[in-house]
Design a protein around this ligand. Structure first.
Ligand code: PEP
Ligand code: MN
Length: 342
């Protein structure tokens, strides 16, 4: 990092800063400008905040050079990571499509959807059993019953499964029933949960927080990986902006930014990003063209009856048409999509 000294910093103040850095093992390089002095310090960035440098007399500011995340950074690994969820690899040539209802509502709803999305080419079935709803009066999910239905749907169709965990108790319950867990936007900075998922070793889909910067999102991933779980897939799901025409604003540039800054795979959720079924297909297509590793899409057999997120859910027919269209775009960027149809 670089320590920028005040214009008026005296020799004693400069020496005191140098001394403090050296005391903690930093290698220092002093750069004298025409009327200002800066100190370049090379060493362990994690301890810099505990040195109190910014409050030392004569210091104007500290400018970090390196990113605060290490394990998930691109520099820490030469190549992109391939995340395995049983027989599915996320981050490779296959564009992995996760589809299913926002929430598990009944056996019939889940099994019908599972069969239809599998036929269309999805490889992982989604379905929320614990729903973190904005209103306490909205449907909160079927919980354990929902998890059992996910396991049944998986056994019947061969699809892998993913569900959201909202706390440590739900994570524990989920463990034996699903193949991958999801940390939702509202919990992206629930650091205890991130650590617990890190210890669980389960593949995890980490959604971007409602108002999180890419750096904050990658720091959340760092929490999971630092507990020893490297099976992290990131998911851009739209961020809060001033725009009201869509539920959120899909930050598609997050896809190439993540690819550039991190080795982790990144997928996109055009359903929550737009909140509108008409916009899901165009944004899904753009996502594939932008180089994402996959998609997570809400599909409901009867969206008008959905207990959660009906307006943004595709019908199975619309999902099937989208999957056909995605093939051409995927092929243009060197990827394959749609297992059943291959
Ligand atoms: C969901 O996937 O149903 C969900 C609640 O998503 P998010 O956390 O992105 O809002
Ligand atoms: Mn939803």
């Amino acid at each position: 990092m670089v320590i920028v000294m005040d214009l008026a910093a005296g020799a004693e103040q400069i020496a005191a800063v140098q001394q403090r850095l050296e005391q903690f093992g930093f290698e220092i390089h002093v750069i004298r400008g025409v009327n200002r002095l800066v100190i370049g310090a090379v060493g362990d960035r994690r301890i810099i905040n505990s040195l109190g440098l910014e409050v030392m007399p004569g210091v104007e500011k500290i400018v970090p050079i390196m990113k605060p995340y290490k394990l998930v950074s691109r520099e820490s690994k030469g190549e992109h990571s391939l995340i395995k969820v049983k027989n599915v690899v996320i981050g490779g040539d296959e564009l992995v499509v996760i589809a299913g209802p926002c929430a598990v509502e009944s056996r019939e709803q889940l099994l019908t959807t599972a069969h239809l999305v599998r036929k269309a080419g999805a490889v992982i079935l989604r379905g929320g059993a614990f729903k973190p709803r904005t209103s306490p009066y909205s449907f909160q999910g079927m919980e354990l019953e929902g998890l059992k239905l996910l396991a049944e749907a998986s056994a019947e169709t061969g699809l892998l499964t993913i569900t959201e965990v909202i706390d440590e108790a739900s994570l524990e319950q989920t463990h034996e029933y699903v193949d991958m867990v999801q940390i939702g936007a509202r919990n992206m900075q629930n650091f205890r949960l991130l650590r617990a998922v890190g210890r669980s070793g389960k593949p995890v889909l980490l959604k971007r927080g409602l108002s999180a910067t890419i750096e904050e999102w990658l720091m959340a991933a760092e929490y999971i990986v630092s507990e020893g779980n490297e099976n992290v897939v990131l998911c851009e799901r739209g961020i809060r902006t001033f725009e009201t025409a869509t539920r959120n604003t899909l930050d598609l540039s997050a896809v190439p930014v993540v690819k550039w800054q991190s080795h982790l795979p990144v997928i996109v959720d055009p359903s929550h990003a737009t909140g509108n079924r008409r916009l899901v297909a165009p944004m899904a297509k753009a996502t594939v063209a932008a180089g994402a590793d996959g998609l997570i899409i809400e599909v409901h057999p009867e969206p008008y009856k959905a207990l959660s997120d009906g307006p943004q859910s595709l019908t199975p027919e619309d999902f099937n048409s989208l999957m056909v269209e995605l093939k051409t775009i995927a092929a243009a960027v060197g990827r394959v999509v749609g297992r059943e149809c291959m």
